[in-house]
Each structure stands twice: as structure tokens, then as C-alpha cells.
Write a protein that binds this ligand. Structure first.
Ligand code: RTP
Ligand code: MG
Length: 141
């Protein structure tokens, strides 16, 4: 399988719970490497542009408020099949439906406060990575 890059966000709920390291460790144990990472506090506008694909959905306002409610860790993960592997490690969007042992099953509280974001396709990953990181900020081991 090809080496891919994907964008991960450790959301405000998980940062507040002090489980950033625990979540990054899951990625590393599954064979993904951190190629870039930064703590940031998104503005409502930052979150709105990032999640623009959802702007017509009823949960858009709440999603943007939540994502700008506290600091997040934005990161680029790199490895074989990184996009699908990350989604698998994350688990279902609603933590009540997330498989046991997934990040959302173990760390998420609700469908809004669901601990992590992960790119859902190669096209999305490329756009999301470029939204947060310049070429010179991304490292390959
Ligand atoms: P994400 O984009 O954050 O990685 O999550 P996802 O792909 O699993 O879910 P997506 O459909 O892209 O939705 C983005 C985020 O919006 C919130 N959401 N709320 N109330 C609802 O029905 C609902 N549906 C989605 C979630 O916080 C989800 O992560
Ligand atoms: Mg999504």
C-alpha cells in the first residue's frame, strides 16, 4: 500500500482531558508517524472555512463553536494507507457507535465532543493539510 499523508485534529475536548499524548501514541503504535504538529486555538472563521463542506448541515454552527471553544492539536500523520488507517483508529463519528478500542470509544463524550478529526479521502487530505501547513513544515523520516 502507498505511503499517504492525512490531517488529524485532536479536538478541544481531548486536549482539555490531557490525552494528546495517549492519542498520538495510538497512531504511532499503529505504524503512523507524526510529520507535522502544532497547537492552535481556531477562530470561529478558521473552523468555519475548515468545515465549509458541512455549511448547509444543521450541526454546522455547533460544530464550528465547539472546534473554536479551546485549543486543538493539528497534525499531519504519515504512513502506509494513512487515511483509512486513521479513520479506523478513530472509530465511528458517534462514540456510542464506535467500536471498542477505538479512540472515540475510549476518549469521546458525544457526537460533538468526539475527540478527533481525520481526513476522509485523498483529495480532502491534500486540501486539509495545505489549510494548516506549508511544505516546509512537513517532515518525512
Ligand atoms: P470529522 O470530520 O470531525 O473527522 O468527523 P467525521 O468525518 O466522522 O464526521 P462528519 O460527518 O465529517 O462530521 C463532522 C463533525 O460534525 C459533527 N457532527 N454532528 N449532530 C450530528 O448529527 C452530527 N453529525 C456530525 C461531529 O462532531 C463530526 O465529527
Ligand atoms: Mg469528516
Amino acid at each position: 500500500m502507498a505511503i499517504e499523508r492525512t490531517l488529524s485534529i485532536i479536538k478541544p475536548d481531548a486536549v482539555a482531558k490531557n490525552v494528546v499524548g495517549a492519542i498520538l501514541s495510538r497512531f504511532e503504535k499503529a505504524g503512523l508517524s507524526v510529520a507535522a504538529a502544532r497547537m492552535m486555538h481556531l477562530s470561529m472563521e478558521d473552523a468555519g472555512r475548515f468545515y465549509a463542506v458541512h455549511r448547509a448541515r444543521p450541526f454546522y454552527g455547533e460544530l464550528c463553536s465547539f472546534m473554536s471553544s479551546g485549543p486543538v492539536l493539528v497534525a499531519v500523520l504519515e504512513g502506509e494507507g494513512a487515511i483509512a488507517k486513521n479513520r479506523e483508529l478513530m472509530g465511528a463519528t458517534n462514540p456510542k457507535e464506535a467500536a471498542p478500542g477505538t479512540i472515540r470509544a475510549d476518549f469521546a463524550d458525544s457526537i460533538d465532543a468526539n475527540a478527533v478529526h481525520g481526513s476522509d479521502s485523498a483529495e480532502t487530505a491534500a486540501w486539509e493539510i495545505s489549510y494548516f501547513f506549508g511544505q516546509r513544515e512537513i517532515y518525512t523520516r
